[in-house]
Design a binder for this molecule. Sequence first.
Ligand code: ZN
Length: 332
Amino acid sequence: MNIIGVDVGATKIATGVVSPEGEVLSRARFPTPSSRGGLLEILAQAIAKVSAGFKVGGVCLGVPGLILARENKVVFSPNLHAIEGIPLKDELEPRIGLPVSIENDNNAAAWGEFRFGAGSEARHVLFVGIGTGIGGGIVTYGQLLHGAQGAAGELGHVTVQATGPRCACGNRGCLEAFASGAAIGRRAREVATERPDSALGQLARALDAERKVLGEDVTNLAREGDEAALSVLEDAGRWLGIGLAGFVNIFNPEVVVVGGGVIEAGELILKAARREVQLRSRSPSRELVEVKEATLGPEAGVIGAATLARDLDQTDTFWARGDTASPLVRSK
Ligand SMILES: [Zn+2]
């Protein structure tokens, strides 16, 4: 049965009808409205549009923020406050006539990469999604780790330096504060001032008040060989590797998949991250683990949400979303 996956982002809502083989059969995208009522309306419209002409069995929304599993709602979403507290399942099911469930967006992407992407050959997979912030998902023994309340997998908010910069979560020195898209942009603006003759420094001056230097500018300049931009990405990669080394020691994964928009920078970040993992994680985990770039790209969330819904449904726990909800699909 086809399932609709929905990736609810802070700026856009992406939907797709996903086949049991992980193929996206139909797609629709809408800008994310900022009001609560607008959000429900657009979600219902997007689902109706994408499903036209297809037989579908249900909908799974991948949403940014902290979800409490028993309540089936987002309790905290720093980048999309409009979604906080909405009983999404209860509000949407009568409007669209299909069963609805919700999942953290990075957990959904982790499941997508585990089932059909860079982690599809493994049973123990960590996913780190680097966008504006950093999220994560943990697959261990072929099961998605939800934790006691559904809040597990916040890999971006592990402290890597106790006195480090303030993170969006309020804590200091989280991995997110060093290696996210926002952190790369912030560090790039500092380096542009320190090295005004670099291409990065020149871009910052040329942009002046028009807009700030962003993570994607840094990637573009690094690809052209600008040393200043390369050093910013290498630095972010090093911090990423410091975080990953800790996760590798804890979970002993076969594969760490790094995804999200920032991974467009690819090896410019991953090379330093891999080096740090090899320096800091323990044997035998460090010999086993492979740090790989995600392969499903921006559709990982849509594919993962839909596939998670289908896999969990087979264990009869999903649509009711009890606290034991977690599929076991690969038991080799
Ligand atoms: Zn944090």
